[in-house]
Design a binder for this molecule. Sequence first.
Ligand SMILES: *Cc1c(COP(=O)(O)O)cnc(C)c1O
Length: 236
Amino acid sequence: MSIQHNIEHITSLIESAQTKFGRATGSVQLLAVSKTKPIDAILAASQAGQRQFGENYVQEGIEKVEYFSQHYPDLALEWHFIGPLQSNKTRPIAEHFAWVHTVDRAKIAQRLNDQRPADFPPLQVLIQMNISGESSKSGIDESELFELAELISSLPNLTLRGVMAIPQNVPDYTAQLTAFKQLAQQQEKLAARYPHIDTLSMGMSGDMEAAIEAGTTMVRIGTAIFGQRDYSQANA
Ligand SMILES: *Cc1c(COP(=O)(O)O)cnc(C)c1O
């Protein structure tokens, strides 16, 4: 199947899930996760109308951002960093990306703020939460959410937009839904204090429908658009 066909297929799945679960038209955005995939694949997706792309690895991500801003500035692609963050690699992220989904500690937030170039718009930030109690070390839990949100809100070069999570990969729909509803609850609590926040980043190729039922506003889809990944070439 072509990438163009896959984008159209995913878009129609998103639309029918929006209808099925009473979600507003256009309330779920598609982030195309292009990690490990070549320039050609991203171009093909952009020809199908896709504008928002997610990358996980710093070096690979900045090369793609630079390539498209040099060769295809008119496409105006919007780049989201969705990978694990190390504090010694925040600078290239602050200098290249429009969004970061994986802010999970004060030090990272502070560095991204300090390293954001003065003539750039604020970096759009999501707080990564750990909701399904999995052993993954990424993401904060509920008890730390407000303290980190408070800090991010006070930083002039960051704009807090919401929360993100990567729940454990399970095939069972009900289990997927339970985890996503937990994150949606956190988002609601946060929105009670910060009414401008509007983004709930959850749902991947294997659990997109449950995420839409639970209220996601941004699904992050890689495999279902670009096919399986070959990690042998990946550089962290
Ligand atoms: C790789 C990745 C995705 C995409 O996963 P697929 O299962 O290929 O759709 C989404 N979010 C994050 C954080 C990822 O690392």
